[in-house]
Write a protein that binds this ligand. Structure first.
Ligand code: FES
Ligand code: FE
Length: 430
């Protein structure tokens, strides 16, 4: 069946068809229209500090090796041998001089150049190895240590793509003298849901907190969200939610980490450390951003950040009804090791496959996906109209700003998503 994206998302994106999440044909179109045209998050420079270091990554369903070459440059190669397609790298992360394919032992440098074909000694016509390296991701850029790749050679620069989201991301990164680092390998697990469901949740859906997470999130936090909560869309598809605390708020009521089990019971040393960071926040990020107590962020199409428990997440599609979710713990780069450990414990208690909050969210995404597959309900699309038109420019904050009950973050995402599908169809028809 031909897809008409205008029937999937209406003009103001207040009504969204269940087929957006469940239709295999929509998914196939998304691969080219969304994942073929966007900047996709690959990893953080702190994961590959030394020459020869590598980690695995994905761009949609395409496996990628992200590696630091001998001269220190970063490379992103498609993890598929140019002989018969096997993955040449099987470890999740490590350090190496060569990737050697297990089938016929062709070997490649960490930059992806083909350097040895054992069988060529037995043939007269030698292949041109310079033409047979691993396929490189056409665009690779990083901002503040965050490395992104794109299959679109003509895409705008990463800085332009992120736009004003940099202002909000830096409200966290720049709080710490040495920035942040990613700890260890990501948690990875499969969820029976569509990739857009986690993404929409973290772009701005903080309103499920008092209900879905009623037993975990303290009443005081819910009160703060109602009284001080802000939802921002910088560019459609990118969004941030946070509380902007009053100017005279005591340090520990703004400090990152204090809402967590570790923040509250992690001991005096950790609490002092977190208070110190907050006490210096105005110097580092300015007085306005120092008052931000972050909630969730989303970067189009599938990267998100949970500030209060410090994790970055990527929602990798594996078909319309399956997500391979990757989730990293993030800590201040210059924190003492034992405090980094405590902060990571905090993250795993709330998020990751065994995290208390994650369990409740994952269950909701699976149920929502089932709701998107119900027969005889096509004439009842999902309602996305809450707070329509209430978002406004703000005197100090970049982007359009509103209270957190306004679903404009999701409408903006789906308008961009719909327009990307239409543009892709226009290109393939034209
Ligand atoms: Fe890799 Fe043959 S498939 S060497
Ligand atoms: Fe949640």
């Amino acid at each position: 069946m031909t897809i008409d994206a205008n029937t999937l998302v209406n003009s103001d994106a207040s009504l969204i068809s269940r087929r957006c999440w469940s239709d295999p044909a929509v998914y196939e179109l998304e691969k080219r229209a969304i994942f073929g045209k966007a900047w996709l998050f690959l990893g953080h420079e702190s994961q590959i500090p030394a020459p020869g270091d590598f980690v695995q990554a994905y761009m949609c369903e395409t496996p990628i090796i992200l590696a630091r070459g001998e001269q220190g440059a970063i490379h992103a190669s498609i993890n598929s041998c140019t002989h018969r397609g096997l993955p040449v790298c099987r470890a999740d992360h490590g350090n190496t001089k060569r990737f050697v394919c297990p089938y016929h032992n062709w070997s490649y440098t960490v930059a992806g150049d083909l350097v040895a074909i054992p069988q060529e000694r037995q043939v007269c016509n030698k292949p041109d190895k310079s033409e047979l390296g691993l396929k490189q991701v056409p665009r690779l850029e990083s901002w503040n240590g965050m490395i992104f790749g794109s299959f679109d050679a003509d895409i705008e620069s990463l800085e332009d793509y992120l736009g004003d989201m940099r202002f909000y991301l830096d409200a966290f990164f720049a709080r710490f003298p040495q920035g942040i680092e990613f700890v260890g390998s990501p948690h990875r697990w499969l969820i029976d849901a569509n990739w857009k469901l986690p993404m929409e949740n973290q772009l701005g859906d903080v309103n499920h907190g008092p209900y879905l997470h009623a037993t975990i999130i303290p009443d005081a936090a819910n009160e703060e969200i109602i009284n001080c909560g802000h939802s921002v869309v910088t560019t459609p598809g990118h969004g941030a939610t946070f509380r902007l605390m009053p100017e005279d708020t005591p340090v520990e009521n703004v400090a990152w980490g204090f809402e967590s089990i570790t923040g509250q019971t992690g001991g005096e040393e950790l609490q002092d450390y977190l208070r110190d960071i907050q006490a210096q926040a105005a110097e580092r990020v300015g007085p306005l951003r120092a008052r931000m107590k972050g909630l969730t962020y989303g970067v189009y199409p599938n990267l998100s950040f949970l500030w209060s428990n410090a994790s970055f997440k990527v929602s990798h599609p594996r078909g319309p009804g399956k997500v391979e979710y990757w989730s990293w713990s993030v800590v201040p780069a210059d924190a003492p090791d034992h405090l980094k450990k405590l902060l990571r414990t905090n993250y795993t208690s709330f998020f990751g496959p065994g995290g208390m909050v994650e369990q409740e969210d994952s269950e909701s995404w699976m149920q929502q996906f089932r709701g998107a597959n119900i027969d005889f309900a096509d004439d009842r699309p999902f309602y996305y109209g809450l707070g329509m038109g209430e978002e406004k420019p703000h005197p100090e904050l970049p982007g359009l700003v509103s209270g957190t009950a306004n679903e404009f973050y999701a409408r903006a995402f789906f308008q961009r998503w719909r327009d990307a599908l239409l543009a892709e169809q226009g290109e393939s028809h034209g």
